[in-house]
Design a protein around this ligand. Structure first.
Ligand SMILES: Nc1nc2c(ncn2[C@@H]2O[C@H](COP(=O)(O)OP(=O)(O)OP(=O)(O)O)[C@@H](O)[C@H]2O)c(=O)[nH]1
Ligand SMILES: [Mg+2]
Length: 390
């Protein structure tokens, strides 16, 4: 499907950049328009793929291009005040042929965390296309303010979008790596996963349209109805058949690919994707809707593989609404699977985040109280002396 991509804040901008790079590298057709919004000038300058004219600096009068320093109330305020400027920038980019908006933001900071929900609300009032969020949860060791921001932002963002897709940095944290190198790898992973999902439904002209090809409407229907989503992914290299011995034996009519092996590969990849590391770890039971996308060269895709996988996913999740289909990519050297789990409700990580946020709030209140008391003491102690002086 075709997206209008808006990266909000630093993480949002960097991930938007990565998705553009991914699209360029793979020759896919996913991003109808891309934009980056930030209150930090340096972050915008650091981007490589977002066109310069599509980078918008907000809040300059308040923060002088230096970011809001993880103050997500200020991030929201600035966005509200400058929503007309943001809208004018969106008016400049070609959004007439897009299927949906996707707003990307790190939820632990200030600009993206505060601003993304405000922009989502605005866009949903104005456009008929769905507005999705891609929210990045902070790693749990980032500290109180990040947890607090993320818990707050999550709560508002989920209400303002048609679906909130989540990537949890905590589940992908690697030890022994610098933050930047770590983020670069993580951002590649985000681009690979969401690139595959949203790339589906954009069949190139000249591709044979099999009956089981995923359509944009299937992605939209899986995401419809709101809630939170998580995405699984798995892939496997394939041997490229060069029309060798096997295809000569089979008379050249088939491509020489064993269809049972192809089916088995698909079902095993779907299990790996669903049971392996998800963008947001969730319990499978009680998931409302799911979508299985199988990408690869057309001769390696088959209906049986999709059918078995859909049935398996239904059994695992208890969902009555599991969609599935192919994403043919001619000449690909791998078969890749994305499993979208939509409207997930059993998510320990969100509970933990909310607990951490409450704790951070209590600690902050406690600190403020004792600081006020100490300040009063300080003032009281000196009052008499001061009065005697004047
Ligand atoms: N996956 C990923 N997460 C990131 C990256 N950069 C930052 N984050 C996460 O996003 C959170 C928010 O950080 P930023 O995006 O820098 O915040 P911001 O929106 O620019 O807001 P301010 O800097 O406070 O103005 C951090 O706490 C991290 O958890 C990145 O490149 N990739
Ligand atoms: Mg920043």
């Amino acid at each position: 499907m075709r997206l209008a991509l808006i990266g909000f804040g630093q993480a949002g901008g960097k991930i938007t950049d990565k998705l553009l790079e991914y699209e360029h590298r793979t020759g896919r057709n996913i991003i109808g328009a891309a934009m980056a919004v930030n209150s930090a000038k340096a972050d915008l300058l650091g981007l490589e793929w977002v066109p310069e004219e599509n980078r918008l600096l907000i809040g300059e009068a308040r923060v002088k291009g230096h970011g809001v320093g993880a103050d997500n109330e200020l991030g929201a305020e600035i966005t509200e005040q400058e929503i007309d400027e943001i809208q004018s920038a969106i008016d400049q980019i070609p959004i007439y042929d897009i299927d949906a908006f996707l707003i990307v933001a790190g939820l632990g900071g200030g600009t993206g965390s505060g601003g993304a929900p405000v922009l989502a609300k605005h866009l949903r009032r104005l456009y008929t296309e769905p507005v999705y969020g891609l929210g990045i949860l902070p790693s749990s060791d980032e500290g109180g303010i990040y947890n607090l921001n993320a818990a707050r932002s999550f709560q508002t963002f989920v209400d303002e979008v048609d679906n909130l897709l989540i990537f949890d940095n905590d589940a992908w944290r690697q030890t022994g790596e610098s933050m930047e190198a770590g983020y670069d790898e993580i951002n590649d992973e985000i681009a690979r996963r969401f690139g595959l999902l949203f790339g589906a439904g954009e069949v190139e002209a000249g591709d044979e349209i099999a009956e089981s090809v995923v359509d944009s409407s299937e992605i939209i229907n899986t995401l419809a109805g709101g809630g939170v989503s998580s995405l699984g992914f798995a892939e496997e290299q394939i041997e490229r058949s060069s029309g060798g011995l096997l295809s000569r034996i089979t008379g050249g009519s088939s491509s020489g690919i064993d269809s049972t092996a192809a089916t088995n590969r698909i079902t095993s990849l779907v299990r790996k994707a669903t049971l392996g590391r998800l963008t947001l770890p969730v319990e499978l039971e009680g998931i409302e809707r799911a979508l299985v996308v199988v990408a690869g060269p057309p001769e390696h895709l088959n209906r049986k593989g999709i059918e078995h996988s859909r049935k398996w996913t239904e059994e695992q999740t208890g969902s009555m609404e599991v969609r599935g289909g192919d994403y043919p990519i001619r000449g690909a050297n791998h078969v890749a699977v994305a499993v979208l789990l939509s409207d997930v409700t059993n998510v320990p990580r969100i509970k933990e985040l909310q607990r951490a946020a409450i704790e951070a709030q209590e600690n902050m209140d406690e600190l403020r109280k004792s600081r006020n008391e100490r300040y009063e003491e300080l003032v009281d102690d000196n009052t008499e002396e001061l009065e005697s002086l004047f």
